[in-house]
Design a protein around this ligand. Structure first.
Ligand SMILES: NC(=O)c1ccc[n+]([C@@H]2O[C@H](COP(=O)([O-])OP(=O)(O)OC[C@H]3O[C@@H](n4cnc5c(N)ncnc54)[C@H](O)[C@@H]3O)[C@@H](O)[C@H]2O)c1
Length: 392
């Protein structure tokens, strides 16, 4: 006798914009977190976010429920994305006595906190709902939009994780006013990724305000539309492929060579900075293979430069780039599936990149932005000097 069990799972989640989410007059958070009399809630907050917004967050909960939530403040940054933090959240969930279905965990922070809280929520009683409020640009346009959760393990990034989207996500652009400039640029890399792959209008909007977006922390006329278009574009790509069964993904632009670059330059480069270097190299590759015109290639390089993102790094030698391509091919089930632009807002997948192609792309980029070494400030300085030759 043999039995075959077949079952499907419906996945529905909501991402919505809301400004000033911690203002007690704004009911968005109370509504998505189901706050009311006797609500027991576990609220997980990044330490820097707690320092800046902790008082407002506590006042918000005090205004909407008569029960004090259990707060867990987590250490910031990538090094905190560990199994220890995961167990800490689990202990706090037990202590808070949250119900399995009706007491969603609330996560407030950057990608580190929302990835951690999401993984904990997916494991706690095999799945407890959670809601998230991203507080970084990467969170707003990337980490808090999809379904992936993760922690780092044994020196490997995001090695343990699940697909478990938050039931509700609130995007509040005003939280970016306190974010350090480097983290704004970090998020801009993912926005430029979406723009180059599929949204020429988004590219122009970012071009128009490249400097102001950083200096004014997204408090600019185009900022709401830039965030809206990025999230829409991202969700269009994710929704039909939430579990990544299809490995030809436009959102992998900038993510072919960047994992090895990030690993070898660690801890110097942020993720978005490595993605930027990958995007610059990928554009050079597209140019050298006759896919992307000269002017359009320079347009992308110029925009990366103007936002203050690096486009070269000393670790990027031919060996490393070849290894990056081979690793990516492994991850993509034996196919290169490298997304390359064919214009601004248009792309194709390439399957036959050779070492010779990599060499020519490196030479192209060298002509505009010689490889640099040293730390990120030096990198930015060098990139800016090098791009003088690119700028008209
Ligand atoms: N799940 C996904 O699909 C996905 C997608 C992209 C990235 N990620 C993950 O996201 C992580 C990176 O996220 P990140 O860039 O948000 O990093 P992060 O969470 O480490 O936050 C960056 C820094 O900003 C601080 N911060 C956060 N909000 C702030 C605010 N409003 N004002 C001032 N400071 C603030 C934090 O304390 C931290 O020091 C990585 O671990 C990455 O793997 C996940």
């Amino acid at each position: 006798m043999a039995w075959t069990v077949r079952s499907t799972q419906d996945v529905t989640y909501r991402v919505q914009q809301s400004e000033s989410v911690f203002d007690p007059a704004n009911d968005a958070l109370a509504s998505v977190a189901g706050l009311g009399r006797g609500s027991r809630r576990l609220v997980i907050v990044d330490r820097n976010v707690d320092r800046l917004y902790g008082e407002a967050i506590r006042a918000y909960f005090a205004a909407w429920t008569d029960t004090r939530p259990t707060f867990l403040v987590l250490e910031p940054d990538e090094a905190a994305k560990t199994s220890d933090a995961l167990l800490l959240i689990t202990r706090a969930a037990v202590r808070a006595g949250i119900n399995r279905r009706s007491d969603p965990i609330v996560a407030i922070g950057g990608g580190v906190v929302t990835d951690l809280a999401g993984l904990a929520a997916s494991l706690y009683r095999r799945g407890t709902p959670f809601v998230r409020i991203p507080t970084t640009l990467i969170g707003l346009v990337d980490a808090s939009v999809g379904a992936k959760t993760a922690i780092n393990f044994d020196g490997h990034k995001n090695r343990l994780g699940t697909y478990f989207p938050a039931a509700h996500t609130l995007l509040d652009r005003t939280l970016l006013t306190t974010l350090p400039a480097r983290h704004i640029r970090n998020g801009l890399a993912e926005i430029i990724k979406m723009a180059v792959m599929k949204d020429a209008a988004l590219f122009s909007l970012v071009e128009d305000e490249a400097d102001a977006l950083v200096t004014r922390r997204f408090d600019t006329p185009h900022a709401p539309e830039i965030i809206e278009r990025s999230v829409t574009g991202m969700l269009e790509e994710l929704e039909p492929n939430l579990w990544e069964h299809e490995l030809k993904r436009l959102v992998d632009f900038g993510h072919t060579f960047s994992p090895v670059i990030e690993m070898h330059a660690a801890p110097e480069l942020l993720h978005g900075e490595a993605v930027s270097i990958d995007m610059a190299f990928s554009c050079a590759l597209a140019h050298e293979n006759g896919l992307l015109g000269h002017e359009e290639t320079l347009r992308v390089l110029r925009l990366l430069h103007r936002t203050g993102l690096p486009i070269r790094h000393a670790v990027c030698d031919l060996d490393l780039l070849r290894r990056g391509l081979d690793d990516a091919t492994g991850h993509r089930d034996g196919h290169q599936h490298v997304p390359l632009p064919t214009g601004i807002g248009e792309a194709t997948f390439v399957e036959d990149i050779t070492t010779e192609d990599l060499k020519r792309a490196m030479a192209f980029l060298d002509a505009y932005a010689p490889a640099t070494g040293g730390r990120t400030p030096a990198l930015e300085r060098d990139a800016s000097a090098a791009l003088e030759t690119v700028a008209p």
